[in-house]
Design a protein around this ligand. Structure first.
Ligand SMILES: NC(=O)c1ccc[n+]([C@@H]2O[C@H](COP(=O)([O-])OP(=O)(O)OC[C@H]3O[C@@H](n4cnc5c(N)ncnc54)[C@H](OP(=O)(O)O)[C@@H]3O)[C@@H](O)[C@H]2O)c1
Length: 245
């Protein structure tokens, strides 16, 4: 089914930034969006706005580090709308720092959210996609995985783990399922709030102020991939500010 109208799209990390912008954009274009994140107030407010504007949306509080949460989330999509067309695994954190600082808890959290969170999504949606005979995985990576710089080793590693998993998934997916990765550069979102190292957060905020592009640009790129006909798989999208080296 080409286009966006009528597609059922689950979005993790939908309470702010890229996920929220993508939910708004897709709902405006006729998708039924299922919003997921940990903050219920944010999800309820966004869901309310989409519905007030004539869109179709529901939400479920979800922690992507918990496998059962993802199973229940995709279950909600099926229960509400009868199918699942797209799972956008977008939830992510970036508590970046130099390795010398040994912020091992931050490393663990990045693996849990950025890598295991995506795997939990695959585990939940793949059997449904197989049963249906259609389905599209969209995974948010980062240009941090393309040009590795100091402080971003573990973050880049987590994104490149998902890059490898996505390529393996694409090869195993056969001719019915689609797999897209999108690698944004600096985007104006709340991501610096996940940076627990004050120096890294300051630097992140300053760079964002200087050059970040709006989250809506990423939403439009995701929509482009979703709108393609069933036999057209947009594999990788890289989208960054022109000012980003
Ligand atoms: N902004 C950038 O410059 C940039 C660049 C490249 C890639 N990215 C990637 O883009 C994605 C979206 O980030 P963003 O920039 O939009 O930042 P953001 O505004 O901070 O959004 C991150 C989202 O992830 C959710 N989240 C975090 N931990 C979660 C968990 N355990 N379970 C469920 N949801 C969780 C947050 O919601 P709750 O706190 O409510 O759970 C929030 O909705 C991330 O994967 C990030 O790595 C961002």
């Amino acid at each position: 089914m080409a286009g966006i109208e009528g597609k059922v799209v689950v979005i993790t990390g939908a309470s702010s930034g890229i996920g929220a912008a993508t939910a708004r954009h897709l709902a405006q274009r006729g998708a039924c969006v299922v919003l997921a994140a940990r903050r219920p107030d944010r999800l309820a407010a966004l869901c309310g706005q989409i519905v007030a504007q004539g869109g179709k949306a529901c939400y479920r509080v979800t922690d992507v580090t918990r496998r059962a949460d993802l199973a229940q989330l995709v279950g909600l999509a099926i229960e509400q709308y009868g199918k699942l067309d797209v799972l956008i695994s977008n939830a992510g954190i970036a508590p970046i720092s130099l390795l010398d600082e040994l912020r091992v808890d931050d490393w663990d959290n990045m693996i849990d959210v950025n890598v295991k969170g995506v795997l939990h999504g695959i585990a939940a949606a793949l059997p449904i996609f197989r049963r249906q005979g259609f389905g599209h995985f969209v995974h948010t990576l980062s240009t941090a995985g393309l040009r590795i710089v100091p402080t971003m080793a573990v973050y880049a590693g987590s994104k490149n783990a998902v890059r490898a998993i996505s390529e393996g998934l694409r090869q195993e997916a056969g001719d019915k399922l689609l797999v897209t990765t999108i690698s944004p550069g600096y985007v104006d979102t709340e991501l610096p709030s996940s940076m627990s190292d004050p120096a890294a957060r300051e630097k992140g905020l300053a760079t964002m102020k200087q050059m970040a592009i709006p989250a809506e640009s990423i939403a439009e790129a995701i929509a482009f991939a979703i709108a393609q006909p069933d036999n057209v798989d947009v594999g990788e999208i890289v989208i960054r500010p022109t000012a980003q080296a």
